[in-house]
Design a protein around this ligand. Sequence first.
Ligand code: HEC
Length: 137
Amino acid sequence: MAGGAPERGREALRTHACGSCHVIPGLRGAVAWVGPPLTEWARRGYVAGRLPNTPENLVPWLVNPQAVSPGSAMPNLGVTEAEARDMAAYLYTLGAARAQAVPAGMPLAPGQAGPRDDARMRPREAAPVYGQGRPGG
Ligand code: HEC
């Protein structure tokens, strides 16, 4: 993402304690469920259910969520625009180009499911079968 540095962003996510409300992969201790998990962020459609998920929309949200969505449960946290750019750069590394790495048993992406109308899951054959193989494994 232009202008942002993912490593600085990770540090800014830590200092602003974003992990006290969110699950954020790669950030130690960021395991809270007050707000939505920020896993696979690059694949999300919307920011806070309001704006299409683009850097142009994510940065203002991080700086001033109450302006984007008045009354939202996410408070303004004093994030500067520079910090928000770095945070966004980090968040867009989550889930980027990893569509094929979704584990077995997870829903298929649109277009991968073929012509059937019903929802389909990834095949299980790649998953380990617990209780088989080595004793205790
Ligand atoms: C007090 C708890 C709290 C803190 C602290 C907090 N958030 Fe949130 N956050 C929320 C809640 C609740 C939502 C859902 C808001 C909504 O949809 O209106 C949210 C939504 C978001 C979203 C949009 C998620 C989605 O699925 O659309 C992002 C991105 C986000 N927060 C990032 C951050 C970052 C980065 C920080 C640290 C600067 C942070 N949050 C700190 C509670 C928090």
